[in-house]
Each structure stands twice: as C-alpha cells, then as structure tokens.
Write a protein that binds this ligand. Structure first.
Ligand code: 5GP
Length: 120
C-alpha cells in the first residue's frame, strides 16, 4: 500500500507490472491498457500512474487539473492509435450509481461499433 489514505487497487498491481495487462500506451504519468471484460470491440482504460487521492472523479481538486487534462489527451491519442476513426465514447463511472467498481480514477474508451445512447 502506497502513502495514501485508501488501499491499493488491482490497477496499482498493473502499474507495477505485478499482474499482466495488455498495455497499449505508457508514459511517466499515465497508462492505457485493454479492459479485461470489453463491452465493445475496442475497450481500453486510461489511468493516472499516481492516484494522488483520485479514487474517483468526485475527489478532483484544483491540483489535479494537469493530470485530468493529460488523461483526456492520452484517451484521444490512443483512440487514434487504435484507429477509432468513426468515433468512440469516453466514460468515467463515479461511485455506486455510476457503476464504479475500481476506486482508482480511470477513463473508459469504447468504440469499434455504433454505440447506442442514452445508457440505462
Ligand atoms: P469501473 O466499473 O470501475 O468503471 O471499471 C472498472 C473496469 O476495470 C471494468 O471494466 C473491468 O472490466 C476492468 N478491470 C477490472 N479488473 C481488471 C484487471 O485486472 N485487468 C484489466 N485489464 N481490467 C480490469
């Protein structure tokens, strides 16, 4: 467990390469990897390497501005890398009603087929 109030999640193990993941992008601040349970032909997650209190979007404060912007930029760049030319969707699930299951902020990027709207 790192020096944070909250316990590590499975994503910390992926960041530390303690468990395997299909990593498709990595830099000093962020990691993108394929979701183990994809809901669309392309489904990857973009996460900050250091959670810095961001268990979910609800914890965002001013000091997170740069990393939040970086994660969106990486989502866009990896979507291009993944050839999602026809479009895609970026989702952040927050808390119980949002259907969040892993309490380490992550952006879902899904695409590769026509998606429906609105969600349930
Ligand atoms: P949430 O429901 O919190 O928004 O999304 C968590 C996502 O993480 C889910 O889509 C789930 O399939 C994915 N996930 C959970 N555990 C693992 C794992 O060990 N490896 C990978 N690649 N994805 C995971």
């Amino acid at each position: 467990q790192s020096a944070q109030e909250e316990p590590d999640t499975i994503f910390d193990k992926i960041i530390r390469k303690e468990i395997p993941a299909n990593i498709i992008y990595e830099d000093d601040q962020a990691l993108a990897f394929r979701d183990v349970n994809p809901v669309a032909p392309t489904h990857f997650l973009v996460i900050p390497k250091e959670r810095k209190g961001l268990t979910g979007l609800r914890r965002a404060v001013k000091s997170h501005t740069n990393i939040l912007g970086h994660l969106l930029l990486i989502a866009s760049q990896v979507a291009i890398q993944e050839k999602l030319d026809e479009g895609y969707r970026v989702i952040i699930n927050d808390g119980k009603h949002g259907g969040q299951s892993v309490y380490h902020l992550h952006l879902h990027v899904i695409g590769g087929k026509q998606l429906s709207w609105p969600p349930g």
